[in-house]
Design a protein around this ligand. Structure first.
Ligand code: ZN
Length: 234
């Protein structure tokens, strides 16, 4: 999944405005970020075959450290623990735990049966949502639209620069998702993991940028600034 994971991030921000949107997006993307780091380091392996859409061409050979349920719990505890140490919010840290673990659940729904329970355990799950483009557009796309609306309608002051950065990012992400579910495999499989790692880093940076542009009262209170007036017009 791609925009399905991002949807979890936007909904997290809506539930807990104190969290930066960048952190909210990092949690559900953490497993993929780790995957590409581990692939570059040679710890995990993926292969690109042929066919249209990632459901066809992407083959997970060994992804137990980044993508198993057990390690998902470990990564969630590490991210949430680091957040709690810095910000002392149990509620926000719990939402990050849910965000990290949601990656496994959503990947099980969308992947071929390649999602491990633990490193070295052979039981692998996957309900192949991504094999059907119409079902993916309806379910993952529906989740994406609902999450974007929920986020955009938060009580916060939205400036023109915010709308431009938000709209352009959403358009690019939607196009890369369509490319992912229906397009060809990466032109250069050797550089694809690094390109994907840079892509995820940019998405998280985009979230932090949006957070700064679209200040909301709760975030400012946390930073010790004067709360700005809430503009309910959106
Ligand atoms: Zn994944």
């Amino acid at each position: 999944m791609l925009v399905g994971h991002l949807a979890v991030g936007f909904i997290s921000k809506r539930i807990e405005p104190k969290l930066s949107l960048g952190t909210c997006l990092l949690a559900p993307l953490l497993a993929d970020l780790l995957l590409f780091v581990f692939v570059i380091l040679g710890i995990e392996q993926i292969e690109f075959g042929s066919g249209s859409g990632a459901a066809q061409f992407l083959h997970a050979i060994n992804i137990g450290y980044s993508h198993s349920l057990l390690m998902g719990v470990v990564w969630a505890a590490l991210l949430a623990g680091a957040y709690y140490a810095l910000r002392h919010s149990v509620r926000a840290a719990s939402i990050l735990v849910a965000g990290v673990i949601s990656h496994w659940v959503l990947d099980v729904i969308s992947h071929q049966p390649d999602m491990p329970l633990a490193p070295g355990v052979n039981t692998e799950l996957g309900f192949r949502l991504w094999s059907s483009i119409p079902a993916t557009l309806a379910i993952e796309g529906g989740l994406w639209v609902v999450a974007l609306i929920a986020y955009a309608r938060m009580p916060a002051r939205r400036s023109w620069p915010w709308w431009i950065v938000f709209g352009a990012g959403v358009l690019l992400l939607t196009l890369s998702w369509i490319g992912n579910i229906s397009g060809p495999p990466p032109a250069n499989p050797r550089t694809a993991p690094m390109a994907s790692l840079i892509f995820i880093t940019l998405v998280v940076a985009w979230g932090h940028w949006l957070n700064r542009l679209g200040s909301d009262p709760a975030t400012n209170r946390l930073r010790g600034q004067t709360p700005i007036q809430v503009d309910s017009r959106g």
